[in-house]
Design a binder for this molecule. Structure first.
Ligand SMILES: *Cc1c(COP(=O)(O)O)cnc(C)c1O
Length: 394
């Protein structure tokens, strides 16, 4: 499959190959401009249409749009009723925002280790980490690959706590035909420009639980149970704040972009998967470079293509390969420093090396390579060529 035609992408990437990049079409631009001249720039009907369209596309009953993926995780924590001193299980291999959302509620993230081949949360480690204070379990679909939700759902329901999916990487993915968005009790998405679709900044939580959805709609609007448009339509100025919420609203401008982008999600996921397959075939011939493993029967959304560099076999380490690629005009990246190794967590929670040894060892070896829908096969081949050249003795 070839990348989408350039006519749909007025601003093609210039300069170095980025590790991820948005794609904006003329239809996207028209959609945003149309809303700009409408009556509602925020809390308007376009937000509702975006929520309904995304929820329907993934097969969930409710969508609650918020201003970014971090706010989506925070709203999910509140919906799960995470309170001070509650524990929430999170994988060590994730972006800091996953654990920060627990701290915003006064809760304590309990870091668990990941599988060495997929870097996805290890369900057995989750089961071992549960206590009477556990209030929720968060699974992160690292790189775009759905976790083992069957195992995780049974652990969560046995313990009587909600399962939250941090699906900021995995919109468009599925497991045996079940789409990401239906695999957990609450699923959080991000629409940052490098993510599967973008609204500039943006996020959404999807769920089948109407009570939690209602609470999250209040949570994103200061904890007020009606919004400006509802009051206008009902001809009233009265409102009540019923819980401590935030201003986490998404605008109608952003929602228009999201609606327009969603039309291309399936084609983009397919293109990302084709790029990953091309990398995988090439690296089968390169000693010391290994892609992460795909779980059987999943449709991986490939937000990231992550390789592990085996310094013994490849001859040089990850940092050296990163520098080589940089010199060649290719931006690779590292996702992530395990959260428990960040200075803030070490100082505040007393975490440190040794807590999650698999994630810590992986951190030394992983590199995220460029992958985005407009990337061409020639771009992929160029990355592969420089990785072959970066090898000691090559
Ligand atoms: C991007 C991301 C977030 C945060 O999303 P924002 O929209 O940037 O706030 C949270 N978790 C993971 C795993 C992410 O990749």
């Amino acid at each position: 499959m070839s990348p989408p035609s350039p006519e749909t992408a007025p601003a093609a990437a210039k300069g170095p190959l980025p590790y991820g990049r948005q794609e904006i079409s003329k239809a996207d631009i028209t959609a945003v401009v149309d809303v700009l001249t409408s009556d509602w720039l925020t809390t308007g009907p376009t937000v509702v249409r975006f929520e309904q369209k995304l929820a329907q596309q993934v097969g969930a009953r409710e969508g609650v749009a918020v201003c970014n993926g971090t706010a989506a995780l925070h709203a999910a924590m509140d919906a799960a009723r995470v309170r001070p001193a509650d524990e929430v299980v999170v994988p060590a291999m994730t972006f800091a925002a996953t654990a920060n959302a627990v701290l915003y509620q006064g809760g304590r993230p309990v870091f668990v280790d990941v599988d060495p081949d997929t870097l996805l949360i290890d369900p057995e480690a989750v089961a071992r980490s549960l206590t009477s204070r556990t209030k929720a379990i968060v699974a992160v679909d690292y790189a775009g690959q759905p976790c083992d939700y069957e195992a995780l759902r049974s652990i969560a329901s046995d313990h009587g706590v909600p399962l939250i999916a941090d699906a900021c990487h995995s919109l468009g993915g599925s497991d045996r035909g079940r789409k990401v968005g239906t695999l957990a009790d609450l699923t959080a998405f991000s629409f940052h420009p490098v993510k599967p679709i973008t609204t500039g900044e943006g996020g959404m939580v999807v769920t089948d639980d109407a009570v939690m959805a209602t609470r999250m709609r209040a949570f994103r609007n200061h904890g007020i149970t009606s919004d400006h448009r509802q009051r206008t339509e009902n001809g009233t100025f009265r409102y009540a704040m019923e819980l401590l919420g935030y201003n986490y609203r998404l605008t109608d401008l952003q929602s228009a972009l999201g609606i327009s982008q969603l039309d291309r999600l399936d084609a983009w996921t397919e293109r990302r998967r084709a790029i990953a397959e091309r990398y995988r075939e090439a690296f089968a011939q390169v000693k010391g470079i290994k892609m992460l493993t795909e779980r059987p029967d999943v449709q991986h959304a490939y937000h990231l293509v992550v390789i592990q560099v085996d310094v013994e076999e490849y001859g040089v380490d990850r940092d050296a390969l990163h520098a080589t690629l940089r010199q060649a005009g290719i931006s690779a990246n590292v996702h992530y420093l395990p959260v428990h190794l960040h200075p803030y967590y070490r100082e505040q929670l007393g975490t440190g090396p040794g807590l999650c040894p698999v994630a810590e060892a992986a951190y030394e070896r992983i590199l995220s390579l460029p992958v985005y829908p407009a990337m061409t096969d020639a771009d992929v081949d160029r990355v592969v060529l420089h990785i072959r050249k970066g090898m000691r003795g090559a």
